[in-house]
Design a protein around this ligand. Structure first.
Ligand SMILES: Cc1cc2nc3c(=O)[nH]c(=O)nc-3n(C[C@H](O)[C@H](O)[C@H](O)COP(=O)(O)OP(=O)(O)OC[C@H]3O[C@@H](n4cnc5c(N)ncnc54)[C@H](O)[C@@H]3O)c2cc1C
Length: 252
């Protein structure tokens, strides 16, 4: 007999953290644009589903120049934020998916089987964002870069970053990619003057780049998938790096 799924619907961040516990046996559902098809097609069996829609984890707040975005915030609510995050969010999928999909699902999903995902990781890395999560060992805040390396089994609560002095987003995508992004580079000049670059559309999660366009392809792992070959990405990554640097008024 098939075991029924237990559905948990927390109504506050504390309830969500308590329901998640150490994460064992819990499947988090943000907007469900990835999880629900997986369940429908029988590729994912769920014992306990934690639905974040009513957990009070959605919204964009500002405290001075610090911007905090709840994990359950729809991608559509991010499109007016400063570059590189706003333009990147506007480039995720189509309007229907953006209204349903969440920041947390985008950051935590990991690479897809046929196409890259996690577009929002790139601008948030460039923005030097902090990720706040809970799970084994309790709550912790850390640079997004280390969260991405060790995110499995954690519930992302929010991300925060300082509004950049300037930002840029450059991408390659085509109509035939069904709205997925082939390759993208995000850049931000922090309020302290540091220029930070990150790439998405890679064989794994987003990665920081040094800013040397000629070295960019050797700094990341590029994959072959249904959208493009690794060779094609290798040829185009330096172009995107030069484009964002030029946009920020930085020489290459
Ligand atoms: C037609 C189509 C086009 C798409 N185009 C793009 C695109 O251009 N770029 C792109 O990046 N993606 C794209 N996607 C993939 C997906 O829609 C997005 O990545 C989306 O942001 C995922 O968010 P979600 O809330 O729907 O994730 P969900 O399906 O809810 O969750 C995805 C994964 O993240 C986990 N998760 C969700 N929230 C949290 C949390 N707070 N803490 C920990 N784990 C969590 C879930 O358990 C699951 O493993 C596309 C999907 C479709 C169907």
């Amino acid at each position: 007999m098939t075991q029924a799924t237990e559905v948990l619907v927390p109504t506050s961040p504390d309830e969500a953290a308590a329901a998640f516990g150490d994460g064992s046996g819990v499947t988090v559902v943000g907007g469900g644009t990835i999880v629900m098809p997986e369940i429908t097609y029988g590729r994912l069996k769920v014992d306990k589903a934690l639905l974040l829609g009513k957990a009070g984890l959605a919204g964009v707040t500002r405290d001075g120049s610090r911007i905090t975005i709840g994990a359950a915030t729809p991608v559509a609510d991010l499109v007016d934020l400063p570059a590189p995050l706003g333009p990147c969010a506007a480039n995720v999928a189509d309007g229907e998916i953006r209204r349903q999909a969440t920041l947390g699902g985008n950051i935590c999903a990991g690479p897809g089987p046929d196409a890259p995902r996690g577009d929002l990781q790139g601008p948030l890395l460039a923005l030097d964002a902090t990720a706040r999560s809970t799970g084994p060992g309790g709550e912790r805040s850390e640079p997004l870069e280390s969260f991405l390396d060790d995110r499995v089994g954690r519930l992302l609560l929010d991300v925060s970053f300082d509004e950049p002095a300037a930002g840029s987003f450059a991408t390659i995508d085509y109509p035939h990619t069904h709205e997925y992004t082939v390759l993208a580079v995000s850049a931000a000049r922090t309020s302290g003057g540091e220029v930070r670059l990150a790439a998405t559309g890679l064989a794994d999660h987003a990665r920081m780049l040094s800013g040397d366009a000629d070295a960019a392809a050797s700094e990341v792992r590029l994959g072959d998938d249904a959208l493009a070959s690794a060779w094609y990405r290798e040829q185009t990554l330096p172009v995107l790096v030069r484009r964002v640097l030029a946009d920020l008024g930085e020489g290459t």
